[in-house]
Design a protein around this ligand. Structure first.
Ligand SMILES: [Zn+2]
Ligand SMILES: [Zn+2]
Length: 270
C-alpha cells in the first residue's frame, strides 16, 4: 500500500474520533463531572475558540431589552446543611457574574411555579431521566434554553466556605452554580481547562471567575453588556491563559490512542 493511502487512513481515524468526541459533548444535556476522564484539551490546536453550544444553538428570547429572567428555589427540594440565606447569596453572586457581561439581568422570584429558572436539590432518580449518583461523580445538571431547570445532587457535601466545612469531599456551591447557569444560558462544555464551562471540578476547589472563553461564548449568544469592557478581565486571567499554552503538550488517552493508530497504520502499510 502506498504511503499516501496510509496517511489518508490515519487522517480519517483522527477526524473520526475528533468529531465523535465533540458530538458526545453536545449530546449531553449537562453534567458537572468530577472525574478527569474528559480530557479534550489536546484539541486546542484547532483555533482559540473552544466554547460549545447545545445542538441548534438555543438561547432565551424575550421581547424586552435588556432581558430579565426570574429564578426561584424549590420550596420542597432544599438541603438542611446550608441556610437558605447562604444559598440565596451564592446564587445572587453567580447570576451577577453572567449578567455583568451580557445584556440579561436576573431577579429572584417567590413564585416557583412561574419562574423562568427553577433551582432545587435532588437525590438519585428524580424523574427527569438524569439520575444523580451519590457522593461526588455528577454534582449537578441543567437543561438547555428555555427549560430553566437547575438541579443539584443533594448527596454532595455542599460548601459556601471551606474554612467552616472541613470535609475532604466538600464541593463549592458557588463554583457549581456559576457553571450550571452557563448551561441554562445555552453554553455546553468548553475544552478550555480554566474555563467555568470545563466539565470537571475537584472537591474543595473554587472556580468562580468567568474566563475569556466563557465570556466570548455567552456574548456570541446574547451580545455584550454595554457596561462591560474587555479590560475588565483581571491580571489573573492573563496569567492562567499563559499556563494553558504550556500544557498543550500533555496528551490524553485519546491522543495516545490516535497516535498509536497512526503508527500501526504506517507499520502495516509499509
Ligand atoms: Zn456542565
Ligand atoms: Zn434533574
Amino acid at each position: 500500500m502506498s504511503l499516501l493511502f496510509s496517511y489518508s487512513l490515519s487522517l480519517f481515524f483522527f477526524f473520526f474520533f475528533f468529531f465523535l468526541n465533540l458530538h458526545a459533548l453536545r449530546a449531553s444535556p449537562d453534567t458537572g463531572i468530577l472525574s478527569s476522564e474528559h480530557t479534550n484539551h489536546h484539541f486546542t490546536l484547532h483555533g482559540t475558540r473552544r466554547y460549545v453550544y447545545f445542538t441548534g444553538k438555543p438561547r432565551w428570547v424575550r421581547p424586552m431589552t435588556p432581558m430579565t429572567l426570574t429564578y426561584a428555589f424549590s420550596p420542597d427540594n432544599m438541603i438542611n446543611s446550608l441556610s437558605l440565606s447562604d444559598i440565596r447569596q451564592v446564587f445572587k453572586r453567580a447570576f451577577a457574574r453572567w449578567a455583568s457581561v451580557i445584556p440579561v439581568s436576573f431577579a429572584e422570584s417567590e413564585d416557583y411555579g412561574f419562574a423562568d429558572i427553577r433551582i432545587g436539590f435532588y437525590s438519585g432518580d428524580h424523574g427527569d431521566g438524569e439520575p444523580f449518583d451519590g457522593v461526588l461523580g455528577i454534582l449537578a445538571h441543567s437543561f438547555s434554553p428555555e427549560s430553566g431547570r437547575l438541579h443539584l445532587d443533594a448527596a454532595e457535601t455542599w460548601a459556601v466556605d471551606f474554612g467552616m466545612e472541613k470535609s475532604p469531599v466538600a464541593v463549592d456551591l458557588e463554583s457549581v452554580a456559576t457553571h450550571e447557569i452557563g448551561h441554562l444560558l445555552g453554553l455546553g462544555h468548553s475544552l478550555v481547562k480554566e474555563a467555568i464551562m470545563y466539565p470537571n471540578l475537584k472537591p474543595r476547589d473554587k472556580k468562580v471567575d468567568l474566563q475569556r472563553d466563557d465570556i466570548e461564548g455567552v456574548q456570541a449568544l446574547y451580545g455584550s453588556n454595554p457596561n462591560y469592557t474587555v479590560g475588565d478581565l483581571s491580571e489573573s486571567y492573563i496569567s492562567t491563559n499563559l499556563a494553558v499554552d504550556f500544557r498543550t503538550s500533555r496528551q490524553s488517552k485519546w491522543a495516545n490512542f490516535i497516535l498509536a493508530l497512526i503508527i500501526i497504520c504506517l507499520c502495516i502499510c509499509n
